[in-house]
Design a protein around this ligand. Structure first.
Ligand code: AMP
Ligand code: TRP
Length: 328
């Protein structure tokens, strides 16, 4: 039985990309492993957030975790800022991370290249270290994430190796757990770009989108002019992305889908996908509406914070002792 940690930040509404890339694996892993699934609100504030939106989204994501099938009897579900050990360990690890390492993080580099660094916070720069703390705090063996987070799991591993060499065995070395297909769901309007909640427009399906909107977004997805439903990432990125989505929500293989739609045009294929998506998302939305404002959700998050605090506090104490931050 392995320890598992993962998180999603409440900087926007949950997308189909989050679901397929990350949450499907959360649900899969919870049956066999010791899982911690967190709403990483402290990561969201690396960029400006509206207070009311942040508060709302944090609980929305927690409710969506449950609505998507995370079972609080099997996994610990909690809010990051309710477990202070994350920021404590974050600092201890920052003092064991090199600036050069952070400079190599592509996510930050891309942002800095686009707009310069003047408007960026130092929190955004050091956020991979807080993420390393999230992971290492729970002795996580596996970290289920989408493609874009692989580099951040690698730096967590590098920090753990360095710390262990310097202070003795302290941290488990974590590994990424990602899908072979589906680790990067692309934008429907620009299939060369990751589907992302920050570009909340026609290219991104939200888990709480109205069924009519879902239909519209799928029907207007960018495809090629060939009108053959076939997986070919290089030459047909739009159709390949839609096939990936279709496959992930129905459990039909790509080959099965190519066979099913061999005589169909793109309009027919898209309509079938939109119908499947609505069938798949409607029960999630219904469950979300049931639980979002319930006492049940608060009870689950209270209990989750208690369990996470117990584990995390013990770990931070061990780490402080190794460093020499100890009076007696
Ligand atoms: P974030 O919303 O950035 O906090 O991401 C939460 C999780 O969802 C991470 O594991 C991401 O890698 C994953 N994720 C986000 N967008 C996508 C996407 N378009 N395709 C696959 N996985 C994604
Ligand atoms: N940085 C991740 C993202 O942007 C979210 C995250 C924070 C995370 N801490 C984590 C993911 C720990 C996995 C494990 O998507």
């Amino acid at each position: 039985m392995a320890n598992i940690f993962s998180g999603i930040k409440p900087s926007g509404d949950l997308t189909l990309g989050n679901y397929i890339g990350a949450i499907t694996n959360f649900v899969k892993l919870q049956d066999e492993h010791n899982c911690y699934f967190c709403v990483v609100d402290l990561h969201a504030i690396t960029v400006p957030q509206d207070r009311a939106d942040l508060k709302k989204r944090t609980k929305d994501i927690a409710a969506l975790y449950l609505a998507c099938g995370i079972d609080p009897k099997k996994a610990t579900v909690f809010i990051q800022s309710e477990v202070p050990a994350h920021t404590q360990l974050g600092w201890l690890l920052e003092c064991n991370t090199y600036i050069g390492e952070l400079n190599r993080m592509t996510q930050f580099k891309d942002k800095a290249q686009k707009n310069g660094t003047d408007g960026l916070t130092s929190g955004l720069y050091t956020y991979p270290v807080l993420m390393a703390a999230d992971i290492l705090l729970y002795d996580s063996n596996l970290v289920p994430v989408g493609d874009d987070q692989k580099q951040h799991v690698e730096i967590a591993r590098d920090i753990a190796v360095r710390f262990n060499n310097k202070y003795g065995e302290t941290f488990i070395l974590p590994e990424t757990y990602a899908h072979k297909v589906g680790a990067r769901i692309m934008d429907l309007q620009d299939p060369t770009k990751k589907m992302s909640k920050s570009d909340n427009d026609k290219g991104c399906i939200l888990l709480l989108d109205d069924p009519k909107i879902i239909h519209k977004k799928i029907m207007s997805a960018i495809t090629d002019s060939e009108s053959i439903v076939k997986f070919d990432k290089e030459n047909k990125p739009g159709i390949s992305n839609l096939l990936t989505i279709y496959s992930k929500i129905t459990n039909l293989t790509i080959e099965e889908l190519e066979g099913k739609f061999v005589n169909a045009n793109y309009g027919e294929f898209k309509k079938a996908l939109a119908d499947e998506l609505v069938t798949f998302i409607t029960p999630i939305q219904n469950r979300f509406n049931e639980i979002r404002n319930s006492k049940e959700l608060d009870d689950i998050l209270d209990e989750g914070a208690m369990i996470a605090n117990q584990y995390a506090n013990r770990k931070v104490q061990k780490v402080m002792k190794k460093i020499g931050l100890i009076r007696k």
